[in-house]
Write a protein that binds this ligand. Structure first.
Ligand code: PLP
Length: 457
């Protein structure tokens, strides 16, 4: 058999020419999205005030299997794609496992995460439609950075509302965004009515994702020809992220490999949904028996402890309602060092698959996650983002199971990004000061009790 190299790097012509829309092959489609104002089934036109036209179409399209990647998007993809698929030989050795461990590495672009894959598409379609500017929020900073990069490339002005406490913890994230020309505003700010109301009550307020979203949304609706964009959870975002899975499948094919289990971290579900898409198609069509494992933080356990119900995708309640596993859009997750996983809901596509028993989920403690991150960094020399390290921990647990059961399975996980801006978190962990927080049932019940009442569907 061909010796498998450490790093399987495809060449440019291997970048897929189309995104793959998993919904087309799902026997049970996600429930229809609802118009946030009327709570009726959303039509494409209903989404135009929020998303630009082509993205509205992609959001509701559940039949077109492949959607061509526009040339302009491809030109920017080519700068950093295909991303490498890496065999973690050293980690395998360290764990003394018969399993083969592969990871698809999405951190080798300046934004440091997979989020750029969708940011480019969203910025492109907005520019094409003549949208004058974009606005968004960012918690941990990865989405804001990715969108800044994409907007700079397409020459589109961008205003990013960054959670104030996070902008103080990660000042260099702000600096990168500004370097790409974005205007970064610490939220709560005095630039919006929502921000001013909060500051009037509490001038020291450190902000939250919810507040930052409200400010971004207010800015979008009060600014001429400005749109608000979201970096996860939406169907369109999973569609764009399918490029991760398509490339991974292509690279594995070269070496006659096929994963027995795929593991990914899950915040809103976009990297995991993208990574598993073509493999899930095989499973749905009975061609493979691959297991799929979502790893979420115990502090924000939407799949493992949430309910499957209609909810808003954003705390500002302007995006359509989707049926998904959710903790309720008013749920305020405890502060954690994996900011990118602090999201109340889960992609409607992944939620449906999980509901149908096609996917598994585990919730893990951040202290365990940082142990796995350090083990991985020492073996494989890449410093992982705390979010990504959730997937590492999941993969390590699978590899240990393989050792105990004496099974030489093939494990694939998504390494979504790098952790250079998370050194404060690593320091807290290294000083033994990191704690774990598991919300109580009462806490979860509170936000679940106020889910929107949808009776018609
Ligand atoms: C945002 C983010 C995630 C989580 O988002 P998903 O939509 O669940 O993929 C994971 N890893 C990194 C590095 C991120 O920036």
């Amino acid at each position: 058999m061909t010796k498998i190299p450490h790093r399987i790097t495809l060449s440019e012509e291997h970048i897929p020419s189309a995104w793959y829309n998993l919904r087309a092959d799902m026997p049970n489609k996600p429930a229809p999205m609802l118009n946030p104002k009327t709570l009726e089934k959303a039509r494409e036109e209903d989404l135009y005030p929020v998303f630009c036209k082509e993205l509205s179409h992609q959001e509701l399209d559940e039949t077109t299997r492949f959607i061509d990647i526009p040339g302009e998007v491809m030109d920017m993809y080519k700068i950093y794609r295909p991303s490498p698929l890496i065999r973690a030989y050293n980690l395998e050795k360290e764990l003394d496992t018969p399993a083969k461990i592969y990871f698809k590495f999405e951190g080798n672009n300046t934004s440091g995460s997979h989020k750029l894959n969708s940011a480019i598409a969203q910025a492109f379609y907005a520019k094409k439609q003549g949208v004058a500017s974009l606005t968004t929020e960012t918690g941990a900073g990865q989405w804001g950075t990715a969108l800044s990069e994409a907007c700079a490339y397409f020459k589109l002005p961008l205003k990013v509302f960054m959670v104030k406490s996070s902008s103080q913890q990660k000042p260099y994230r702000k600096a990168i965004m500004e370097n790409f020309g974005a205007s970064v505003i610490a939220s709560p700010s005095s630039t919006t009515a929502a921000g001013r109301a909060i500051l009037a009550e509490d001038p020291q307020n450190g902000g939250s994702l919810g507040t930052a979203i409200s400010e971004a949304v207010e800015t979008a609706v009060t600014t001429e020809n400005c749109r608000y964009v979201l970096g996860s959870v939406l169907n369109q975002v999973l569609l764009h992220q399918s490029i991760i899975g398509l490339e991974a499948m292509e690279a594995m094919k070269l070496y006659d490999e096929y994963p027995d289990v795929i593991v990914g971290c899950a915040g809103g579900g976009s990297n995991l949904g993208g990574l598993i898409a073509p493999f899930m198609r095989d499973r749905l069509q009975g061609k493979a028996k691959t297991r799929f494992v979502a790893v979420e933080p115990i502090s924000c356990p939407s799949l493992t402890r949430g309910v499957f119900a209609y909810d808003y995708c954003d705390v500002g309640k302007i995006t359509p309602l989707a049926k998904m596993y959710t903790l309720g859009c008013t749920f305020k997750p405890a502060s954690s060092h994996a900011g990118g996983l602090r999201y109340h809901g889960m992609s409607p596509i992944l939620s449906q698959l999980y509901h149908d028993g096609m996917m598994e989920a585990i919730a893990v403690e951040q202290t365990r996650v940082f142990e796995a991150a350090k083990l991985f960094a020492r073996c494989e020399t890449i410093l992982p983002a705390p979010e990504s390290a959730h997937a590492i921990l999941g993969a390590v647990r699978e590899a240990v199971r393989c050792r105990e059961e004496g099974r030489a399975e093939t494990i694939l996980f998504g390494l979504t990004g790098t952790g250079y801006f998370d050194m404060a978190a690593y320091s807290v962990f290294n000083q033994g000061q990191m704690t774990d927080y598991r919300p109580t049932d009462e806490e979860l019940e509170k936000s679940i009790a106020v889910l929107p009442k949808v009776t018609k569907m």
